[in-house]
Design a binder for this molecule. Sequence first.
Ligand SMILES: [Zn+2]
Length: 130
Amino acid sequence: MNSTNLAGGKSMQTKLQIGGFTFDLIFDDPMKYAPEEFSEKLDVLYGLLLFFQRKILINPNFPKDVQFHSLLHEILHLIGYLTGDKRLRSSTPQNEYFVDAVSGHLASIMLQNPHIFVPYLKEGESGNAD
Ligand SMILES: [Zn+2]
């Protein structure tokens, strides 16, 4: 399938740096990588974090805004692993609702207001330069 992805359609895989770790960010159907207990229960996955394999999967068969939401969702789970915050890390229905609400609203705010966020994201404009 030729869907565009957050990597700009150039590559289906890139790297994500976080907290001293490097994760492979892969735009592919997460179901192919999911453990059996996931694939037996669910018909579709928007994203998947495989923390110990250092992989994040994002399903490229959804629109870009959905992919962005999914990416932030998986990043919040990742932050849960790094900080030990169980509400972010463990996948109970209540925690998933919380993670999804935060990631969904952050994605929506950023997508609706890129003029606020883009200047912070431009390379060489981080404010850390000498
Ligand atoms: Zn989740």
